[in-house]
Design a protein around this ligand. Structure first.
Ligand code: SAH
Length: 257
């Protein structure tokens, strides 16, 4: 079977999570991009409540904590990521304000109108962009914000190879104007959108993965599932290099109307 015939949904979740636990971030992004997005958001004070959904091991959660004065609840479905996040939080002595908990972004237990800001980098795709934005809306105060990154097309037409990859990985990928319309449709004014620079993918995501992939393959020598997963990750990096003019991650920042 070639890597083209595989898709991410075929792999063993525990194996994927073990692999990504070894990375500082589980998706493309950067400290600078998180701070830039935060710059579009006002009215955050010591009493504000921020929630970071699909936080992974918390790279962006820590940046948020260092650049805001309030409480942050970080939620992820995978216990191993939350354990690592809480360990980092303790090391940085942020435990009085930042807490990682295990949970699902589509089953939140907050009150209506409770939150000031919902953050989610590279994770809303798990429940779908428009569906997630609509569901999260009620938990935000009026005038509260949502800030998410989402895979988006930069052009209306795409070469077949990259179109086919995304059709399997995430068929909801769409153009920036269509994503903006979906955010508006979900009850937000779109206050900003910007494309994550290449460094967020190459330096911060694909490059640190190279060594990890070698170690992983050594550990799981002969394990077909692990080998195919790493092949898929390498293919992802190859496609990004070839087609980065056609797609990438975009930060979308919306204000609840
Ligand atoms: N925000 C992090 C992680 C992005 S990867 C970063 O940018 O580095 C996507 C994350 O979503 C993973 O950590 C995965 O465990 C989490 N996830 C997947 N489905 C989820 C769900 N239903 N609820 C909460 N988290 C989920």
């Amino acid at each position: 079977m070639s890597e083209k015939e595989y898709n991410i949904h075929d792999f063993d979740v525990a194996l994927i999570c073990e692999y990504f636990s070894g990375m500082d971030r589980q998706g493309p992004g950067s400290r600078e991009a998180t701070i830039k997005a935060l710059g579009f958001i006002d009215n955050i004070d010591v009493k504000s409540k921020i929630v970071d959904l699909g936080c992974g091991t918390g790279a962006q959660t820590i940046v948020l904590a260092e650049n805001t004065p309030c409480s942050i609840t970080a939620i992820d479905i995978y216990p191993g990521f939350i354990a690592k996040l809480n360990e980092n939080v303790r090391k940085l002595n942020l435990q009085s304000r930042v807490k990682g908990i295990i949970g699902s972004m589509d089953k939140l237990e907050f009150e209506n109108n409770e939150l000031d800001l919902i953050w989610s980098e590279g994770a809303i795709y798990n429940i779908g962009f428009e569906k997630g934005l609509k569901y999260w809306n009620k938990f935000l105060k009026k005038g509260g914000y949502v800030a998410v990154t989402e895979a988006s097309w930069f052009r209306d037409e795409q070469p077949e190879e990259i179109y086919d990859f995304w059709s399997e990985a995430y068929p909801e990928i769409d153009t920036i104007p269509n994503k903006i319309a979906q955010m508006q449709n979900a009850g937000y004014i779109v206050v900003a959108s910007f494309i994550l620079p290449e460094v967020c993918w190459n330096e911060n995501f694909f490059k640190p993965a190279v060594k990890l992939q070698e170690e992983f393959l050594n550990k799981y020598k002969g394990n077909k599932s692990a080998e195919e997963f790493i092949k898929y990750e390498k293919y992802h990096a190859y496609l990004y290099d070839k087609y980065k003019d056609y797609y990438g991650y975009v930060f979308y920042i919306g204000k609840k109307i």
